[in-house]
Design a protein around this ligand. Structure first.
Ligand SMILES: [Fe+2]
Length: 374
């Protein structure tokens, strides 16, 4: 196994990203997606925009839990960039938004460094203050938006109001706290170019790299590099590698019809409680064979864990020199076999579950085989 951990060095002159502000999904039906996130993952609608708030071409629901916010948007007209996106990709993450102190300066800095402008800085205002946003393109049809709140005290942004009439179904709280990392899939041979792009444009550095021998099953393999800002913005990138059968990353690229976000990992401080709640609420998770836990117990020697409960819930475990982590992956949540979620509890560990890659990918391949795509 080859895993390289490299020290952080932040370049000067790059925008300071304060964190992931929100993720915006462009989907076929925002109402259905909002209900799904509410009933299964326990998200609460905190804001809404649409015709009732003066927006004529789209509806958006802001779904929140902990500091995680998903903005779920669909077009209500046939001729719009949202409709075009959904026609080509199906439902997916359009925007990974970063909080910044100065959106105009962040935009100008990254455009000067070669980023493609998508939306120039624009200020919007209502009774609760002003906000400035600006966007640049990244892999595929995905964009990064800079959000400058400037003491804005409204529910989300001007043009949003409370999501009235939305009934949150009962269920145990999932207690998801924050976005841990956001993973992108890019085309074969493009991984290094995109890592260089994040280094050049955003001053990101490489936190870890996993080569195709680490992430290989009998059938397929992939390469992955974790880029980050040295703080809370952590963005692994995957590319497919040569294998006996089709890489799961290639299956994503074929169905999404471009690079894009593969999964969003959400942190919890109690994964047993979270996964118990999520399973009861109907979230479908990947399963590993029971033999996984024989090997896992050996790898985790000296750490006291509730093994029977972990096995019952299908929670995976891994360790690195700094601690351990517990994680689990959902099945794909989009109709196309593309996007899924990860739930992760970190107890000191800064890794991504390299010890689980084989078992996890074999589990993904079982699903891929059911679809006739392996
Ligand atoms: Fe992950």
């Amino acid at each position: 196994m080859t895993v390289t951990l490299r020290p952080t060095q932040v370049l000067t002159g790059t925008p300071t990203l304060l964190g992931v502000d929100h993720l915006e999904l462009w989907v076929g039906s925002a109402r259905a997606w909002a209900s799904f996130l509410s009933s299964t993952f326990g998200f609460v609608p905190v804001a809404y925009s649409g015709p009732e708030t003066g927006v004529r071409d789209r509806v958006s629901y802001v779904m929140a839990q902990g500091t995680i916010r998903y903005v779920i948007t669909s077009s209500i007209v046939s001729n719009s960039p949202i409709a075009e996106y959904v026609k080509r990709h199906g439902d997916g993450v359009r925007t990974i938004a970063f909080s910044v102190d100065d959106a105009a300066m962040a935009f100008e800095t990254v455009v000067a460094r070669g980023a493609t402008p998508v939306a120039i800085p624009s200020r919007s205002k209502d009774d609760f203050g002003t906000m400035t946003t600006a966007s640049v393109g990244t892999y595929g049809d995905t964009v990064h938006t800079f959000i400058e709140h400037d003491k804005y005290t409204g529910l989300f942004a001007p043009s949003f109001k409370a999501a009235e009439g939305f009934v949150v179904p009962p269920g145990k709280p999932a207690n998801l706290t924050r976005v841990d990392h956001v993973v992108g899939n890019v085309g074969r041979g493009d991984l290094d170019r995109w890592c260089d792009w994040y280094a050049r444009i955003f001053g990101f550095t490489e936190l870890a790299h996993f080569d195709d021998e680490t992430i290989a099953t009998e059938y397929s393999s992939l390469r992955s590099t974790v880029m980050w800002n040295g703080g809370s913005v952590v963005m692994p990138i995957n590319e497919p590698a040569e294998g006996r059968r089709k890489s799961q990353i290639q299956e994503y690229l074929d169905y999404f019809e471009s690079p894009g976000v593969q999964h969003v990992a959400m942190h919890t401080s109690d994964i047993v409680g979270s996964v118990t709640a999520l399973r009861e609420r109907g979230v479908r998770m990947l399963r590993v064979p029971v033999e996984y836990y024989d090997d896992a117990k050996r790898r985790m020697e000296g750490i006291d864990l509730p093994w029977d409960t972990l096995a019952e819930l299908g929670i995976l475990v891994d360790r690195d020199p700094e601690g351990y982590l517990l994680q689990i992956f959902t099945e794909t949540v989009t109709d196309r076999p593309c996007m899924f979620f990860e739930i992760i509890q970190r107890e000191g560990a800064k890794g991504f579950g390299a010890g689980n890659f084989k078992a996890l990918f074999e589990s993904i391949e079982r699903e891929q085989a059911k679809r006739g795509n392996l």
